[in-house]
Design a protein around this ligand. Structure first.
Ligand code: 5AD
Ligand code: SF4
Length: 501
């Protein structure tokens, strides 16, 4: 539910969510500055890009300095533990700036804002606005209302107050909680509108929002709503736009990309069809996607690794646990055996594929034997990298009713055990690359002012490339190109290489 408050009393006036981006007349004068602090996943990275575009159309420019900003956005993620605490401490850091400049608007976006709404406003006094992901198209409008409460007073029938720019007293402060979720049938994807100079070699393109799965531990269906698949033509046009502006690698993103269903192919495997259509976009060098759900991951999608020449041999396929009984309590809809069968088929189709996964340790009821099965699954699959988490209860999730019966110390021990095992597997997997000459898509300089470029292998390993003896201008011209690189060394998570020509 959304609410808005003049003074400290919420009026609970609710706006109808509207489609598309709302552009309001920019404030007169120089561009205003927005500083964004972002937490979380690629979906949040994507959301930040859209926020910047919406705000830019409304007279804002992005700044890297919180000091002097007119608007600070903290974009939160509720997957990790203590997410709310992190949002509050980030907001607290900006309090001195707000004390100096009462016209500064502090906004909290993302999944925590969506879940907590006006409760978050009550807990974080410095915040003026909380808004969920579906409210991004209207972000400028909400900020404008905070800056100009007179217009809101008219809308809510309250007495007019002086404009914010004259430092209105706190008791007249307008505070908004905007958490309406747009209905599936009304949902319109914000079209990316990047400036040419802002497009890098790699770009994210969203193909769906929300998720219809109810994995028992997961807040995403609550925070991002039902799954909506983006029309395939819209996806293709956006990919073409990024390529025209200089992107060479596209990552298609969604919470469960394998459930994509906006084409209507006879066999129902729309995601495999989408991959084939995007693979054909002229100028595209590399294609990736994330995140996959093993239950929906079909043979046809696996076959795309063989059939689509741009599709990189890299897959993030979260398994979460190695024990079928834990998987069943997580409502993951696959067993250990079914997961391993899919991996086996993938490796037949694409023998050198790099795999990564997510692991949760200490899920309710996870016994020593269950945990041993997670370790043995890591040994069997041999992922190039993993992300591992200690289970933590999340409000509003089905698992909240299960007893959180693995003690914190035991969760930490299991987490350390997983990390130690994976360290040796990652070392072996990265080690296999040493001595090879790999095509690397050059993304930029490793560090400014150094003779080191950086890029990634097709398998998504980061490579820092030593280029001593090459002119900076010549190196600059390699950005955005696929360049042969001899891999000379593997480090803990990255590779080192030398330009091979
Ligand atoms: N506790 C621990 N880890 C979680 N994840 C999601 N929800 C939780 C939770 N409640 C992890 C899963 C997911 C990743 C993005 O975060 O492994 O795949
Ligand atoms: Fe969460 Fe499961 Fe949906 Fe992934 S598939 S976003 S883990 S509910």
């Amino acid at each position: 539910m959304s609410s808005e408050a003049l003074s400290t009393t919420p009026s609970f006036a609710v706006d109808a969510a509207r489609e598309g981006s709302v552009t309001v007349a920019p404030m007169a004068g120089a561009a205003r500055r927005v500083f964004i602090e972002n937490f979380g996943c690629q979906m949040n990275d994507y959301d930040v890009e859209r926020m910047v575009e919406v705000l830019r159309r409304n007279g804002f420019e992005r700044t890297d300095e919180a000091e002097g900003a007119d608007l600070i956005v903290i974009n939160t993620c509720s997957i990790r533990e203590k997410a709310e605490h992190k949002a509050a401490s980030a907001a607290g850091r900006y309090k001195p700036l707000k004390d100096k400049n009462p016209a500064l608007v502090v906004a909290i976006g993302g999944c925590v804002a969506q879940q907590e709404g006006d409760a978050l406003l009550r807990k974080i006094p410095v915040a003026d606005l909380t808004f969920g992901p579906d409210q991004i198209p209207r972000l400028a409008e909400h900020v404008r209302r905070i800056n100009d409460p007179g217009s809101t007073a008219a809308a809510t029938g309250s007495a007019p107050v002086s404009p914010r720019s004259t430092a209105i007293p706190n008791r007249y402060r307008l505070r908004l909680a905007k958490t309406e979720v747009t209905d599936v049938e009304d949902y319109a994807f914000l079209t990316a509108d990047p400036r040419p100079g802002d497009v890098s070699v790699t770009a994210l393109v969203t193909i769906q929002k929300g998720c219809d799965n109810y994995c028992a531990y997961c807040v995403v269906p609550n925070t991002r709503g039902c799954e909506v698949s983006r029309p395939a033509e819209e996806v293709r046009v956006e990919v073409e736009r990024f390529i025209a502006l200089g992107a060479r690698e596209i990552t298609l993103i969604g919470q469960n990309v394998n459930a994509y269903h906006a084409i209507g192919t006879p066999d129902g495997d729309d995601f495999a069809e989408l991959l084939r259509r995007i693979n054909d976009v002229p100028g595209l060098m590399r294609l990736r996607y994330t995140t996959s759900h093993p239950h929906y991951f079909s043979r046809k999608v696996a076959d795309a690794f063989r059939d689509c020449d741009k599709l990189c041999p890299w897959l993030h396929l979260p398994v979460q646990a190695g024990s079928s009984s834990v998987l069943s309590r997580m409502a993951r809809e696959y067993t250990r055996e079914q997961y391993l069968e899919k991996i086996e088929y993938l490796r037949q189709v694409c023998p050198d594929i790099s795999l990564s996964t997510d692991i949760i340790v200490g899920y309710p009821g996870e016994t020593e034997q269950d945990f041993a099965q997670t370790l043995s699954l890591l040994e069997t699959v041999r992922y190039d990298s993993i992300y591992s988490f200690a289970y933590s209860r999340r409000p509003g999730t089905p698992a909240i009713d299960l007893p959180d019966d693995v003690l914190a110390d035991e969760k930490s021990r299991r987490l350390s055990t997983v990390l130690a095992l994976q360290k040796t597997i990652t070392a072996e997997r990265l080690g296999r690359m040493v001595g090879r000459i790999e095509p690397i898509l050059i993304e930029g300089f490793a560090r400014m002012g150094t003779a080191q470029l950086c890029g990634r292998t097709a398998g998504n390993h980061t490579v820092n490339i030593r280029c001593e003896g090459h002119e900076p201008a010549a190196l600059q011209s390699l950005i955005g190109q696929l360049v042969p690189v001899r891999i000379t060394e593997s480090k803990i998570h990255t590779l080192v290489g030398l330009l091979a020509s």
